[in-house]
Write a protein that binds this ligand. Structure first.
Ligand code: PRP
Length: 216
């Protein structure tokens, strides 16, 4: 009997390019759209089930083996190191994880008598970065719209993702340093890789060839 594969895709900005790729290589129904409210799609022809989950939950689903594989940003993996296999950089969803501050603050040299307050959705990455620099900070954990924090006096800096740079510009924030580059990654459950080796290998090769414009 043919092995079936269950794959978690990240909701949000990575969903459309991921679905396009899966359709291109014949692992997803042609008629599914990122706007659909459905969270689970079966493609019987290829024996593939796709689940749409919150990006920060994808590594957990894969590590616990409730799905065989997942598509998630490298930024999420940096924030929550997970025991999974990471065989493929998919290249799309390219963005940078940066430290940014209000333009006015940079012009004043940005010196602080007290501990810097840094707002972010990435507290672990932020702590590692400032600890390595020997700069004491207070982390303000937020869940979205991080660019608002310096504007309303909640923080001195932010650590956030930048893609086009439009959100930073719209709020008069400037990049002070780039912590890391991020793209979408394929991650795979370690047991699934062994138990469903042929199917997993087929998936990795299909996605690789789909990225190069081919069809599996
Ligand atoms: C992300 C990120 C920035 C924005 C950057 O937020 O946190 O806010 O996109 O994109 P840009 O450089 O192209 O403007 P997202 O849209 O995921 O929403 P959130 O802030 O509510 O998490």
């Amino acid at each position: 009997m043919k092995d079936t594969l269950t794959i978690a895709l990240s909701k949000g900005k990575l969903l459309e390019p991921a679905l396009d790729l899966f359709k291109r290589v014949g692992l997803a129904p042609k008629d599914i759209s990122p706007e659909s409210r459905r969270l689970i799609f079966e493609h019987q022809a290829s024996g593939t089930t796709l689940m749409i989950v919150r990006p920060s939950d994808v590594p957990t689903y894969v590590e616990y083996g409730v799905v065989d594989a997942g598509i998630v940003g490298a930024d999420v993996l940096m924030e929550q190191p997970t025991d999974v296999y990471e065989p493929l950089d998919l290249g799309f969803g390219s963005c940078r994880l940066v430290v940014a501050a209000p333009k006015s603050e940079i012009q004043q040299d940005g010196r602080h008598a007290t501990r810097l307050r840094v707002a972010t959705k990435y507290p672990n990455v932020t702590e590692r970065y400032f600890t390595q620099k020997g700069i004491p900070i207070e982390i303000i954990k937020l869940y979205g719209s991080v660019e608002l924090a310096p504007l309303v006096g909640l923080s001195d800096r932010i650590v956030d993702l930048v893609s086009t740079g439009n959100t930073l510009r719209a709020h008069d924030l400037v990049v002070m340093d780039v912590i890391a580059e991020s793209t979408a990654r394929l991650i795979v459950n370690r047991a699934s890789l062994k138990l469903k080796y042929r199917r997993m290998n087929g998936l990795i090769e299909a996605l690789r060839s789909g990225l190069q414009g081919g069809r599996s």
